[in-house]
Write a protein that binds this ligand. Sequence first.
Ligand code: CO
Length: 227
Amino acid sequence: MSKALQDLFDKNRSWAQNLEQRQPGFFSRLLEQQAPEYLWIGCSDSRVPANEIVGLMPGDLFVHRNVANVVVHSDLNCLSVMEFAIDLLKVRHIMVVGHYGCSGVKAAMNGVRIGIADNWLRHVEDVRNRHQTWLDTLESETQRHNALCELNVLEQAVHVCQTSVVREAWTRGQEVVVHGWVYGLHNGLLQDLRMTVGDADAVQAAYQDAVAQLKARYDRQRELGAG
Ligand code: CO
């Protein structure tokens, strides 16, 4: 095995030993069951390690990640994760977590062709198109990119709410709250985009509210810049 790969095994060994030393019986307890309260739907980007960011241990966070944290109604992978998380693990919160500087979002924003991912990122282009007129009013490419990262989170959070899995959970009275968050690569901080939805009737209003707040924030920045 190459030195670099051997390093990974060495690090793994000392990680497991450290954890077991600090919390004796940690792994054997996890063997019995996992009872995470949260499902994290985030970007695959290596700079956005879900558990680490929120300081959660193995067993505390159920995770689904893909390029640009997209939730597509026909994606069996994501739907299966959601069904398992909601129906079996009974998670109480689902957070869609985007991040600034997302290269998938940037490719969609500029219509850059990458390859197979073009078809995947087409969903983010749809978000861009829906808000294109407003996005064009932003002054810099960075602002447009940041704003699209945020808008994409809100849109994908709506998709989470629209899945059969979440709708059925709500219908039977199971408490599941959907959130939209964005993570800053530059400072390691999470920001709540204030879309928090716990029932089917509230989805559209929550989405529109969150979008309005988001746009007002950028509009304010622009006015400050102009003044
Ligand atoms: Co990304």
